[in-house]
Design a protein around this ligand. Structure first.
Ligand SMILES: [Fe+2]
Ligand SMILES: [Fe+2]
Length: 163
């Protein structure tokens, strides 16, 4: 165990999930590029489920510990992460609705609107990723006992599988 080296295994394990999420979103956008709406819907649903599970894990297991250790006194208080999670969930739900509204015909304008919407989602994801990568997880890795870090990893409902 190398958790004595600042808990970087913990941060890497959590941040690795963002790469898995990005891969799932990429699979969805490839389906959009192929104008394969059934596959686009299924892959977006898979992405949304994984994202929701990851966010729920953070809200249940990560953010309460962050708050207890003083995270709210930093430039990235708990409510900021919660607000971003809410926005991410709302954007994915909005994109899913747009895909349903497309029906079976792939209209150029409607397809571009979905891709534009997803570009905004990706921008939100980028900022959220950086905030967790640079602030949340290093903060916890430096302060949370190794056993607590291991407990979080073990308690996750989504650890990167499926998709
Ligand atoms: Fe995360
Ligand atoms: Fe998050």
């Amino acid at each position: 165990m190398s958790s004595a080296a600042g808990g970087s295994d913990f941060a890497a394990a959590m941040m690795g999930l963002h790469e898995r999420l990005d891969a799932l979103l990429f699979a969805h956008q490839r389906a959009l590029l192929d104008r394969d709406l059934p596959r686009a819907r299924v892959t977006l649903a898979a992405y949304g489920e994984a994202l929701a599970a990851h966010v729920a894990d953070e809200e249940e297991h990560v953010l309460p510990r962050y708050r207890a250790l003083g995270g709210d006194a930093t430039d990235a208080p708990t409510k900021l992460f919660l607000g971003e999670h809410g926005n991410l969930r709302a954007f994915v739900a909005d994109c899913a609705q747009r895909l349903v509204a497309l029906g079976e015909r792939v209209d150029d304008r409607a397809l571009l609107e979905v891709l534009d919407r997803e570009a905004t989602l990706k921008n939100l994801l980028l900022h959220h990723d950086l905030r967790e990568r640079n602030l949340l997880y290093p903060f916890l890795a430096a302060r949370l006992p190794a056993a607590e870090q291991a407990a979080i990893l073990a308690a996750r409902r989504w650890a990167g599988g499926r998709g």
